[in-house]
Design a protein around this ligand. Structure first.
Ligand code: MN
Ligand code: MN
Length: 459
């Protein structure tokens, strides 16, 4: 009987029961580098900069259209400072297709409005417009830091970053004390904190004169001293408030990582690291770090933009290959996080179908919502291919689904890749508290995601 069970049942095992000490050490080594990346890359612009600096040290060069490309060449293209594409040219022609992994480097956050600053009762604030799907109540009473750029009329761009370095001041959105929150506490969680209420406290000392808005004036004078900007420069600024928590290990066993922006920098790093560790592959390997996924992959730096097709076409032209031939023979891992099963909230999940912490890389055949609406729904053949590949390469993986049927849902860049006639499937790291200011992942799953992407690149 036991034999029959072993043969016929599909049973999953905790990943830690399936690896030895040697691989455990690799998990730790891998995660140390990832934690450094996550600490440094708080916005898409910072992620691009971090990645390009590392890539150039490893021999990647900015790719110019018309350049010749040979197997083993390493090239990249930055899309407007906010998205990045890298390629390692394979031994086979691009006519055989490319192996693509695509993650996004934008995360939910609070963007400043274009006229953000105001003073109320001698305190100075910045108004925000949140970016991506957030639970607004999670963003009050936590330390925040400011990141971004101001583009000046003369064409110069001023980099602004306040609160990241030790000793720098941080910012906060205040909340009502429980003593006086009787009315607030009766509201729903969606209504308790409003979008227009997410105003960041930035100063309280008045400027030494006797006009109006003296605190605002004093704050502007500090900004002017530090960055040379005036209030008008906010009109053409992209400034964003992100949680000021440092990335850290979670648990007595240190098995997890807590931090802001695991979604989706945890997969972005897995792709990058896999690219960096790659020898000359059989097929050309492409790594995408996309922007704007959290708001629907829109815009010039999102995956709906033809910036990707343009890069691929330039690569194809270097080998006299038609782009459409390359795309139809390509394979894409849409590397994005999945919703991990949370034992504190079992009611939203159908447990057996959900991804779990420490069970490895989570493959999601379909995302979407309400009857698989808005998903590219990868084919059985693609899942079958990955089963074979991951078994050969000893990648520990699991199947994932986002919650119970009709409970909610979500999307990734997968459908925009599939719409391009590329076989695409979602794969990534399970996350607890996804989209919260402080998200949690398991080190084991981070490492297996890297290992899985590397296996696909090498195949
Ligand atoms: Mn994501
Ligand atoms: Mn997301």
């Amino acid at each position: 009987m036991e034999n029959m069970r072993d043969k016929l049942f599909y049973e999953q095992k905790n990943g830690y029961d399936r690896i030895g000490t040697e691989e455990r050490i690799k998990v730790e080594e891998y995660c140390r580098e990832y934690m450094d990346f996550l600490n440094e890359a708080r916005t898409e612009r910072e992620a691009v900069r971090y990645a390009v600096t590392k890539a150039e040290k490893l021999g990647y060069r900015a790719f110019q259209p018309g350049e010749m490309l040979n197997p083993g060449d390493r090239v990249y293209r930055v899309n407007r400072g906010k998205a990045l594409m890298l390629a390692v040219i394979g031994k086979e022609s691009l006519e055989q297709g490319a192996v693509i992994a695509g993650a996004h480097i934008d995360s939910p956050r609070l963007d400043l409005k274009q006229i953000p600053m105001y003073e109320q009762d001698e305190l100075c604030y910045l108004r925000t417009h949140y970016y991506g799907g957030i639970k607004k109540y999670q963003w009050v009473t936590i330390p925040l830091e400011l990141h971004g750029v101001a583009a000046l009329k003369n064409g110069e761009t001023v980099e602004i970053c306040i609160g990241r370095e030790p000793g720098e001041p941080k910012f906060v959105i205040t909340d009502l004390l429980p003593h006086l929150a009787q009315d607030q506490m009766k509201k729903t969680m969606a209504e308790g904190i409003t979008g227009e209420g997410l105003n960041i406290l930035i100063g309280s000392i008045p400027y030494a004169d006797d006009g109006k808005d003296r605190v605002r004036l004093a704050v502007l004078s500090l900004l002017n001293d530090a960055y040379g900007i005036t209030e008008e420069d906010f009109l053409s600024a992209e400034l964003t408030a992100v949680p000021a928590f440092d990335v850290c290990e979670i648990g007595l066993d240190r098995s997890m990582i807590g931090g802001y922006g695991h979604d989706d920098r945890v997969c972005a790093w897995a792709e990058l690291k896999a690219m960096f560790d790659l020898e000359t592959p059989r097929r050309t390997c492409v790594c995408i770090l996309a922007d704007k996924e959290e708001i629907g992959s829109e815009g010039v730096s999102g995956m709906q933009s033809s910036a990707f097709d343009c890069f691929m076409e330039d690569l194809c032209e270097a080998q006299h290959v038609a782009l459409r031939r390359c795309l139809e023979n390509s394979f894409c891992l849409s590397a994005d996080v999945s919703a991990a099963f949370d034992p504190l909230y079992p009611e939203v999940s159908e447990k057996r179908s959900e991804s779990k912490l420490n069970y490895g890389l989570a493959i999601c055949k379909y995302t979407g919502a309400r009857g698989k609406s808005s998903t590219s729904d990868a084919s059985a053949e693609i899942v079958g291919y990955l089963r074979g590949l991951f078994e050969r390469e000893q990648v520990i993986w699991q199947m994932a689904e986002m919650g119970k049927v009709d409970q909610g849902g979500g999307g990734t860049i997968a459908k925009y890749m599939a719409n391009r006639n590329i076989d695409t499937i979602d794969a990534g790291v399970p996350v607890l508290s996804m989209h919260a200011p402080f998200e949690v992942v398991s080190k084991f799953d981070c490492y297996m995601t890297y290992k899985g992407i590397l296996a696909a690149y090498r195949d």
